[in-house]
Design a protein around this ligand. Structure first.
Ligand code: MTE
Ligand code: HPA
Ligand code: MOS
Length: 751
């Protein structure tokens, strides 16, 4: 089935926040934000700004009727700064005017005085000063302390990875409409409608049932709208509530880039020990996560960093510790992979370092250490349904590693100024929210009198095509055509208490809820068909829009059956509730079974480095991926391609730069380079593994949203290898992104 939005998207007909028809009396809001990274607010003078014609009002923390608190996990973030500011871009006031332009002009007239303090931007300094978001977390397996003496090979190192701008095409935005009796309806570009509803109610001092959040779709989220759509939505609601007029707040690209948080940069020290036969015996890592000025989702992200510290390998002795460091940068947040790409980059760097020291391909170490059935993850879950061996074998069968490596060698022998490198990245990604309580979802399915169907779920469409998948699920269970089925907007009055659409789990959780509701409706309809045909329900089934009796097609069509059911006063609506069975995790002992299942894969990346210029091209990425039984191979391939290129961007060219005052330097697309078509791999081959799937995946079709981001890491190591071929003096540093500048310096580095 084709993505249901594809036609409208390419014709510009799809509706995003900025396309909603606004009512005539609507007002426009822009945030006024801090220009210093740390300090006290001494005074703020709004009078000049308020004088500007067309300005309606300016709200500060004094205007908040409820609590000035938007922290979701830890209550450490004000909606509007009261006495102090902690990062550049922190909202202090909301300017509301008749037009957006007037509001922007007015905010330039606000006068503010600060008592400026020294900011912290560096994680090592933050850790030394004990500036932490939460106490450190530690996952342990075996005993690393006593393991080192049994390791003939022991290496240490430091790995750094940078931040990443989400760059969703649609910036953060919302449109709030006041209704009667103090109620509010808000359209928000959010992955978490319930988060917006809950925090909005808290800030406005009203109940959750006073707020209706509605989401048609997002022009991309990538994690950046799991938590960070909330402040802008709440500001719009607050303004609408105060003024009793609709208020729209859509961030400009510039505001969005400097006010919102990004992927967390990490700095990690590790120690790795191997036996003579290259078994990894022990691994220690101390991850320093740059959380920024408030917790946001950082505590949950530290958790996933630890869960993926050993990637696809069984290591009997592990000690992984993570410090979430509080700095004076915008609070960093969820971004595809949720802290896992960062720790997988560390273990892969450690393995690569060992391989370089021993002068062997990293592939040999990877292969020997793959997880096997019944191995234990450092967090206690026992490995089952592992696909790594079969993936590796499939990869070798399809692409023959030796031929591939030889062709790279041959190329390098024949070319002086262009050099190639190749790398292998296996992935193992846990599917479920690591916070067990979040793993549930609901659906509401209506069959109308004419046989058409409307489905509501808690799933938010953000380009990942979850709505298309929901239609496929309903169509599959009811055996009706997909064009009978409409997906409604995601709305908190129809489906309440939703988890954010995140953790790659949206299709699984909401799809299972749709499946449950549809099965209940089907049972009812089959019962009616049994009555009509005066026969046992066991003999009835519905197939391709017709009632079948003893597997023979009858002349009762779907819509006739539905109408019959209606006339017999049968309920044609049903809600479904699903929660992932079996999962659990005990944070006190840091052990449990947090994931419904794992997704596996491998990417083989070949790059060519231009050794005069320091440019590089990704020649090819060959992927064997464990989709389970994909319910939509084209959509899933699209997810792989998008995630891969996003991952390549993260480790090769996207460089977030803050100066030591905490000012974002890379604040526009002129200074922040994201992959374009020319930097995408020339060839992407995706071979689905003939895998077993999982019963906890919807229709056995495994989650696919985040895991393939990690394939992008391969380009980093492949580029390094190419540099090493050209320059034997090159000493690799494991610091992403590997920008062309760094490549050029590497190519001409001297001993
Ligand atoms: N694909 C598109 N086109 N746009 C997005 O914003 N977000 C990613 C991924 N794929 C995203 C995307 C992230 S971060 C997640 S967690 C998943 O989609 C969320 O959707 P899913 O749970 O349905 O996979
Ligand atoms: N992944 C993504 N988003 C989340 C998670 C998670 O595990 N937990 C809370 N939000
Ligand atoms: Mo995705 S980072 O879980 O929104």
């Amino acid at each position: 089935m084709k993505n249901i939005d594809s036609n409208n998207h390419v014709q510009g007909k799809s509706i995003f926040i900025d396309d909603i028809t606004v009512s005539q009396n609507s007002l426009y809001a822009v945030p006024f934000c801090s220009t210093i990274a740390n300090g006290k607010i001494l005074s703020i003078n709004l009078s000049e700004a308020l004088k500007l014609v067309g300005v309606i009002d300016i709200f500060t923390h004094n205007d908040i009727p409820g609590e000035n608190q938007i922290g979701a996990i830890i209550q450490d973030e004000e909606l509007l700064a009261e006495k102090a500011v902690h990062f550049i871009g922190q909202p202090i006031a909301i300017v509301v005017a008749e037009t957006e332009l007037i509001a922007i002009k007015a905010r330039e007239l606000i006068q503010i005085d600060y008592d400026e303090l020294e900011p912290i931007t560096d994680v090592r300094i933050a850790k030394k000063k004990n500036s932490l978001i939460a106490p450190p977390r530690k996952f342990e397996l075996g005993n690393t302390d006593s393991a080192w003496e049994n390791c003939p090979f022991v290496y240490t190192g430091t790995v750094k990875s940078g931040g990443q701008e989400h760059l969703y095409l649609e910036t953060q935005g919302s449109y709030a409409i006041p209704l009667e009796n103090g109620n509010i309806k808000i359209f928000s570009s959010t992955q978490g409608p319930t988060v917006v509803q809950k925090i909005g109610a808290k800030v406005l001092g009203i109940s959750m049932n006073n707020i209706e959040v509605d989401v048609t779709r997002l022009g991309g989220g990538f994690g950046g709208k799991e938590d960070q759509a909330t402040p802008w939505a709440v500001m719009a609601m607050l303004s609408a509530h105060k003024l009793n007029k609709p208020v729209k707040l859509v961030l400009s690209r510039y505001d969005d880039m400097y006010m919102t948080g990004k992927r967390h940069p990490y700095e990690t020290d590790y120690k790795i020990g191997l036996s003579e036969d290259l078994k990894i015996i022990a691994f220690e890592a101390e991850y320093l996560q740059n959380a920024g000025a408030a917790a946001d989702l950082s505590p949950a992200i530290t958790e996933r960093t630890l869960f993926h510290s050993t990637n696809s390998y069984f290591i009997p002795n592990v000690k992984a510790t993570v410090y979430s460091c509080k700095t004076n940068l915008p609070p960093n947040t969820a971004f595809r992979g949720f802290g896992a790409p960062q720790s997988i980059f560390v273990i892969e760097s450690a393995i690569k370092n060992v391989a370089n020291q021993l002068n062997i391909p990293a592939r040999e170490i990877q292969e020997i250490n793959f997880l096997k059935e019944k191995d234990e993850f450092p967090y206690g879950q026992i490995v089952s349904d592992v696909e790594l061996q079969s993936i590796w074998q499939t990869a070798h069968n399809n692409f023959n590693f030796y031929d591939l490596e030889k062709s790279v060698c041959d190329f390098n022998d024949e070319n002086d100024l262009n050099k190639r490198g190749v790398s292998f990245i296996p992935i193992t990604f846990g599917i479920s929210f690591t916070n067990t309580m979040m793993n549930h979802a609901r659906s509401l399915v209506h069959i109308y009198q004419d046989g058409s169907i409307g489905i509501s779920t808690g799933a938010v469409e953000m380009g990942q095509s979850v709505n298309t998948k929901m239609i496929q699920v309903a169509s599959n269970v009811l055996s009706v055509n997909t064009d009978r089925i409409k997906i409604e907007s995601t709305n908190t009055t129809r489906v309440a208490n939703t988890s954010p659409s995140a953790a790659s789990s949206t299709a699984d959780l909401n799809g299972k809820a749709v499946e449950i509701a549809c099965k209940a409706l089907l049972t009812r309809l089959v019962g009616i068909a049994g009555q009509i045909l005066s026969t046992e329900v066991e003999d009835i089934n519905i197939h391709n829009e017709y009632v079948f009796h003893k597997n023979k097609k009858t002349n009762i069509k779907w819509e006739e059956l539905v109408w019959e059911a209606f006339t017999r006063r049968i309920n044609l609506s049903e809600s479904g509730h699903y929660f992932t069975p079996e999962i659990n995790f005990d944070k006190n002992i840091e052990k449990g079974h947090p994931f419904a299942y794992h997704v596996y894969g491998v990417a083989i990346t070949t790059v060519t480095v231009d050794c005069l210029r320091g440019n590089y091209e990704i020649e090819s990425v060959k992927i064997i991926h464990d989709f389970g039984k994909s319910m939509n191979q084209e959509i899933d391939n699209g997810q792989i391609e998008g995630a891969l290129v996003q991952g390549i961007g993260w480790v090769t060219m996207e460089e977030i730069v803050f100066d030591d005052k905490g000012t974002l330097q890379s604040k526009a697309l002129s200074t922040y380079k994201v992959p374009d078509l020319y930097s995408a791999p020339k060839s992407i081959q995706i071979v689905p593994l003939d895998g077993r799937g999982s019963d906890k995946a919807i229709l056995k079709s495994k989650a696919v949203g985040e895991p393939p981001f990690i394939y992008g890491i391969g380009s980093f190591f492949a580029i390094q290898d190419a540099i090493s071929v050209f320059n034997p003096d090159y000493i690799p540093k494991y610091e992403a992104p590997m920008t062309p500048e760094k490549v050029l310096l590497g190519l001409y580095q001297k001993k």
